[in-house]
Ligand binder design. Structure first.
Ligand SMILES: Cc1ncc(COP(=O)(O)O)c(C=O)c1O
Length: 449
């Protein structure tokens, strides 16, 4: 059942109607006609980590709203907020000391970058005004974050406000030159990073922003082995803060508390969001290491941030519940187990002519489609391959998250598979069966025309 979008509603595609969802339960969404979908994208995307329709959260929100939902935070805090912030710090890697919440991933990464800029300023290092980041990455949708991100298709409308800071190459093992080893590839990326710093004066940089697994921009591309560790060491060498953008990779998505954890790197600042509240409340957070906060504490100075909904009690109540729920139901372990299971089952998709790569960590998995498997040539962007496969799977009752630009920022089609972390084996099987038949269908269509 499709309903036409009302004229008052802003939506991405005015030409089509969207089914109206009436409720969700576990990994499923149900539209008004009763059709059932597997939410294999967990919202847009990787948000509903704990699943839909958990009534205990509704109870907690009702209870908190009837107590107090917002505070004059310039003069008050509340125990529910303080307790939650302590729990959040404990959830972060060792050495993290301070945290505050905001409401979107964009705000969290932007606040993390502002914290890094302020850190250098209050230490008297006024030169460090630049940020370094990577091509084919996504850090949020404000003008500032679009500039720091590396998605040309999203930036082009705002080109006059872009290009303040340098971007280095993406690290994408699938697109590594075939003739070099992974180690040489990483050496080259490191050399490029250091040369970019030296060309611009390394001491003019304040922070390096990185997604440990590049999610929507590159289709769940994990970092090559040793890459994050060595980038981190290079940042240390020049006094550049390392910001891990964990908006999508945080809260168990990759089979660890944070995506960076598997590398053993302890970043200076973590920006996180999405799964932090499982989608039950707009919530995100900046978590800062003791070392970053030291100059603020020593100078009795504070971070110049401030948003209306920062550290609000409703978000704290929901966020606290989500951490306890994840731990009680061992969702991080399940993300690892089901992620391995799903990837193993997906391997048979390599038999299909247009499936070039299957990759990812935990329950953040990407499938990249190519026109030519040998040369890895992508499909022309205007063929909208991933979007069309996404439409087919949706008709068949499985929602996935299509993306474009994984090859060079413009072309390269991929789909993210990132279901709630509560998923089980047979539900994974259904996703694989549906995806396989939909790819076959589109493949037959394009190869026969
Ligand atoms: C890695 C990353 N950073 C930042 C953001 C921005 O988060 P939000 O859409 O909540 O502002 C996203 C959103 O997809 C993301 O994936």
């Amino acid at each position: 059942m499709k309903s036409l979008i009302r004229s008052s509603v802003v939506c991405p595609d005015y030409s089509k109607g969207y089914p109206l969802i009436s409720y969700g339960e576990g990994i499923y969404l149900y539209d008004e006609s009763g059709k059932k979908y597997i939410d294999g994208s967990s919202g847009a995307a990787a948000v509903s980590n704990i699943g839909h329709g958990i009534t205990e959260i509704a109870d907690i929100m009702r209870e908190q709203a009837s107590r107090v939902s917002i505070l004059p935070t310039h003069v008050f805090s509340a125990r529910v907020v303080q307790d939650y912030l302590d729990v959040l710090v404990d959830f972060a890697p060792a050495g993290f000391e301070k945290v505050w919440t905001v409401t979107s991933g964009t705000e969290a990464v932007e606040n993390a970058v502002k914290l890094a800029l302020q850190y250098h300023q209050i230490r008297g290092d006024k030169r460090r005004h630049k940020i370094i980041s990577r091509n084919i990455s996504y850090h949020g949708n404000s003008i500032f974050m679009l500039d720091i991100g590396g998605m040309p298709l999203r930036k082009k409308m705002y080109n006059n406000w872009m290009n303040h800071f340098p971007h280095i190459s993406a690290a994408n093992l699938y697109r590594k030159p075939a003739e070099i080893s992974e180690e040489t590839y990483v050496n080259n990326l490191l050399a490029e990073f250091e040369q970019t710093l030296l060309d611009e004066d390394p001491y003019s940089f304040s922070a390096f922003v990185v997604e440990p697994v590049v999610a929507a921009a590159m289709g769940a591309a994990p970092a090559p082995s040793g890459y994050l560790e060595r980038m981190h060491s290079l940042c240390k060498k020049y006094g550049i803060l390392f910001i891990s953008d964990e908006v999508l990779t945080g809260f168990g998505r990759t089979g660890a508390r944070f995506g960076i954890n598997k590398s053993g790197v302890i970043p200076d600042i973590i920006a996180t969001g999405k799964g932090i509240s499982g989608g039950y409340f707009p919530l995100s957070a900046v978590i800062a290491s003791k070392q970053v906060m030291e100059p603020f504490v020593a100078q009795n100075s504070f971070f110049l941030g401030g948003h209306t909904y920062a550290c609000n009690p409703m978000g704290a109540a929901v966020g606290h519940f989500v951490i306890e729920y994840m731990e009680k139901h061992k969702l991080i372990e399940n993300a690892n187990n089901q992620g391995n299971y799903l990837k193993e089952k997906l391997n048979r998709l390599y038999n299909l002519e247009i499936v070039g790569d299957i990759r990812g960590e935990g329950l953040l998995i990407g499938v990249e489609f190519v026109k030519d498997k040998k040369t890895k040539e992508p499909f022309p962007s205007e063929m909208n391959i991933s979007k069309r496969i996404g439409e087919l799977t949706m008709n068949a009752g499985v929602i996935l998250y299509p993306g474009k630009g994984s090859c060079d920022g413009f072309s390269g089609d991929h789909l993210l598979i990132c279901p709630p972390l509560i998923i089980n084996n047979s539900q994974c099987d259904t996703i694989v069966d549906v995806l396989e038949s939909c790819i076959k269908k589109l493949q037959d269509e394009i190869l026969n025309t």
